[in-house]
Design a binder for this molecule. Structure first.
Ligand code: NDP
Ligand code: A1CAB
Length: 285
C-alpha cells in the first residue's frame, strides 16, 4: 500500500523531532539516508552508550547525540528503536514512563521483536510501526517492510512511510507474521549479495586475475546486473537467459551452480533466517 504524500506533509509529525534509540550500523544508514534527502539534522537526536559512536554521528551527520535515552526522547514525537533485539526489552521498560506521558509514534527496526511485545514493555496502548529496512538505506537505495498496529492512524502510517522513503522504497504488510520473512529476504539480503561478491572475487583471483582487477570486475558486474533487474522490466530468469548462450561459458557455470543446489541452499538459508526472527522474539521476551 502506498501512502499519499499529501497526508504525510499535512501531519504535524512531519516537522517534529525524531529520537533514535541506538546509533549502530542500521541507525547510521537510516540517519545518513534521512539527512542526505532533506531531513534537517536538528530534527534528529540519537542515544548510544558508546562515546565514539556518538561523536561519529554528530561529526558525519550533524545530529545531536546523547548518552541517556531520556535526554534524546525529550520532546521527540517519533521514536525509532534501533538497538539489538537482545536488549530491546530492557531499553523499552526503561522508557515506559516517558512513553506513557509522551505517547510517541514508535518505529522499531529490530528483527523478530513483535509489536505486542514492544507495546507491553513500553506500557501499552501505543502506536507501533514495525519496520525492516536494510543498509543500502544509507544511499537512499534501501527497501523497508512495514507493519502498523491498530493504534496507528492514517497520518501515522503516511508519516512512517514518508520517513522510510527517505531511505528507499517501502512495502506495507497487513500480516505481522510476514515481517520475519521480509527480514530474511531484504533485511539480511544485502549480506547474501556481499557474500556472492566475496566468492566471485576469490574465484577471479584463483583464476590469476589481480586483486584490484577482480574487485572492479565484480563490483561493476553486481551493480550493472542490479540496475538491469530494476530498470529493464524483464524477469530475472529472462535476463539470465539473455546472458546464457547455448553451449557457452555461462551455461557451463550455471550448470555447476544448479547442480550444486544453489536454489535449495537459498531456500534453506531464507527459511532458517525467517525462523531465527521468531526465535529472537521468544528468547528475548
Ligand atoms: N544491520 C542491519 O543490516 C539491519 C539491522 N536491523 C536491526 O537493527 C537493530 C540494530 O542492528 P545493528 O545496527 O546492526 O546493530 P548495532 O549493534 O550496530 O547497533 C545497536 C546500537 O545500539 C547500542 N545500544 C546498546 N544498548 C543500548 C541502549 N540501552 N540504549 C541505546 N543504545 C544502545 C549499541 O551500542 P554497543 O555496541 O556499545 O552495545 C549499538 O551502537 C537490530 O535490532 C537489528 O535487528 C534491521 C535491519 C537491517
Ligand atoms: O542480522 C540481523 O539479525 C539483522 C536483521 C536484518 C539484518 N541484520
Amino acid at each position: 500500500m502506498r501512502m499519499a504524500e499529501s497526508d504525510a506533509a499535512a501531519s504535524p509529525l512531519f516537522d517534529s523531532p525524531i529520537a533514535f534509540i541506538g546509533g549502530g550500523n542500521m541507525a547510521r544508514s537510516l540517519i545518513g539516508g534521512l539527512t542526505a534527502r532533506g531531513t534537517p539534522p536538528e530534527r534528529i537526536r540519537v542515544v548510544d552508550p558508546d562515546a565514539d559512536t556518538r561523536a561519529a554521528l554528530t561529526r558525519d551527520f550533524g545530529v545531536a547525540a546523547f548518552a541517556h535515552a531520556t535526554d534524546a526522547v525529550a520532546g521527540a514525537v517519533t521514536w525509532v528503536l534501533a538497538t539489538k533485539p537482545q536488549v530491546m526489552r530492557e531499553v523499552c521498560t526503561a522508557l515506559a514512563d516517558e512513553a506513557r506521558s509522551a505517547r510517541p509514534l514508535v518505529l522499531s527496526i529490530a528483527a523478530g521483536i513483535t509489536a505486542v511485545q514492544l507495546e507491553r514493555w513500553l506500557g501499552g496502548d501505543l502506536a507501533i510501526v514495525r519496520t525492516m529496512p536494510n543498509t543500502p538505506a544509507l544511499l537512499g537505495a534501501g527497501v523497508t517492510g512495514l507493519y502498523a498496529n491498530a493504534n496507528v492512524d492514517a497520518a501515522g502510517r503516511a508519516y512512517a512511510d514518508a520517513l522510510l522513503r527517505s531511505a528507499g522504497d517501502t512495502v506495507w504488510l497487513e500480516a505481522e507474521a510476514q515481517m520475519d520473512a521480509v527480514t530474511a529476504v531484504s533485511g539480511s539480503g544485502p549480506a547474501y549479495v556481499f557474500l556472492l561478491a566475496e566468492a566471485m572475487e576469490a574465484a577471479a583471483v584463483a583464476q590469476g586475475l589481480e586483486a584490484d582487477a577482480a574487485r572492479t570486475l565484480v563490483q561493476q558486474t553486481v551493480l550493472g546486473a542490479a540496475r538491469m533487474l530494476v530498470e529493464d522490466g524483464a524477469t530475472p530468469s529472462e535476463l539470465r537467459r539473455r546472458v546464457t548462450s547455448p553451449g557457452g561459458t555461462t551455461q557451463a557455470a550455471i550448470e555447476v551452480l544448479e547442480g550444486g543446489g544453489l536454489r535449495t541452499l537459498m531456500g534453506e538459508a531464507i527459511d532458517r533466517a525467517t525462523r531465527r526472527g521468531a526465535e529472537l522474539a521468544a528468547a528475548n521476551d
